[in-house]
Design a protein around this ligand. Structure first.
Ligand code: JD8
Length: 386
């Protein structure tokens, strides 16, 4: 991964030399460049700001230095430009995972009252753009956020963490906060280590730790606990007996798609049961039921060395519950050894779907031919290093 940072206070990013990314660079996993934005100014005072159109307090960052920096750095469709801003989408671990799949990130750090809006609009014409907020509080500039996001993303680059398993039980990875940790001495200033941790009984220790995670989450972050019931979905193989309900669910889901894309000729809207049975014979199909109702499904098949994922559907009343992500992860996990990429199609105007797939690491592939109504998205298959 290559990361470039544009800032009028480049020394703010100096800590990146110290912590994690230092090792990633040594491992050749990360190329990091911090640039002083004033390099792309041409007046005696290296001016990067001016008064706001429409009046008001403070100053606004000028567009020209950013434009010239993007030109020189070769910002293009393969780049993700990140504007850190208090008005951005919340930065989360899920977003960190998504950004860790990118080949190239360029951070545009603002100061003063912010950056001229045309810089963001221009960047969208040439690259993927994400406006991201570190949290609901006000900082004086975007550098701190760029620092935090870089650390959170780089440590997720496959091959970076010495022991990738150490990522698994971290807070925000699976919706639960982490358990309390202890080390020597056994007793310290009247405080003792819980006996279970000295028991050597790994089953009991694992149960205690999980219990601690649930307790902490319930006390400190009940909002997370509500979201983490996802684990309750049971995904099973689809059978011909499911065909009728699959037909019903796909019609319900593709009515939304057709409306978004003004395209009503999609096969999912016109197939009959026999045609559903026919494609179930060609595709691996998984379904999810809740209280007996078929509420979700996905299919996949190998097309050359691409694992093609399709007909990902979630009952409209359960959309946003996390079931879609679980089904997509299940379909990916089912990919055969010789698959080198995942590929799927979605509506050209189905922007929520596109963002959903992007959050799971898929990228738009305008270079690949797709169906009339849609766009192609793909993601490389990353195999855990043995
Ligand atoms: C970028 C200028 C300061 C913000 C007038 C104070 C992120 N979570 C976050 N909080 N604040 C920022 C952030 C603040 C920034 C800039 C990010 C550029 N400022 C401005 C608007 C009000 N001043 C942030 N990520």
């Amino acid at each position: 991964m290559r990361i470039d940072v544009l800032s009028i206070f480049p020394d703010y990013l100096a800590p990146l030399e110290l912590s994690l990314p230092g090792k990633a660079r040594a491992k050749g996993l990360l190329e990091l460049h911090v640039h002083d934005l004033r390099r792309w100014t041409h007046d005696r005072h290296n001016t990067t700001d001016d008064t706001p159109y429409g009046g008001g307090a403070g100053m606004v960052m000028k567009p020209e230095p950013f434009g010239e920096a993007f030109d020189e750095l070769g910002v293009d469709a393969g780049t993700t430009v990140i504007f850190t801003t208090p008005s951005g989408e919340p930065f989360t671990q899920a977003l960190a995972h998504e950004l860790s799949t990118r080949e190239r990130l360029v951070f545009a750090c603002g100061r003063y009252e912010g950056i001229d809006q045309r810089v963001i609009d221009h960047a969208r014409e040439r690259a993927e753009v994400r406006e991201i907020s570190l949290g609901d509080y006000v900082l004086n500039g975007g550098e701190v956020a760029a620092l935090a996001i870089t650390e959170a993303v780089v440590r997720l680059i496959p091959g970076f963490m010495g022991n990738p398993d150490s990522l698994v039980e971290e807070s925000h990875e699976d919706g639960l906060l982490e358990y309390p940790v202890y080390t020597k001495p056994k007793e310290w200033r009247g405080h003792e280590v819980p006996d279970v941790l000295l028991s050597g009984d790994h089953g009991k220790i694992a149960a205690w730790r999980h219990d601690q995670r649930v307790r902490r989450t319930a006390e400190r972050r009940p909002d997370l606990l509500a979201a983490s019931v996802v684990g309750e979905w049971e995904i099973v193989r689809g059978t011909p007996a499911d065909a009728g309900e699959l037909l019903t669910l796909q019609r319900a889901c593709w009515v939304q798609e057709a409306t978004h894309n003004d395209f009503f000729a999609h096969p999912a809207l016109h197939e009959d049961v026999a045609e559903v049975l026919a494609w179930m014979a060609e595709w691996e199909t998984w379904v999810v039921r809740r209280a007996g109702r078929l509420v979700g499904a996905v299919r996949a098949r190998l097309d050359g060395d691409a694992w093609e994922i399709g007909r990902l559907m979630v009952a409209p009343d359960l959309q946003g519950s996390g079931l879609g992500r679980v089904l997509l992860e299940h379909a990916q996990a089912a990919a055969p050894k010789d698959a080198t990429s995942y590929v799927l199609f979605t509506g050209a105007a189905s922007f929520a779907n596109q963002r959903f797939y992007q959050r799971s690491g898929f990228r738009l592939r305008p270079d690949l031919a797709g169906p009339a109504y849609g766009v192609v998205m793909s993601k490389p298959v990353r195999r855990k290093r043995r």
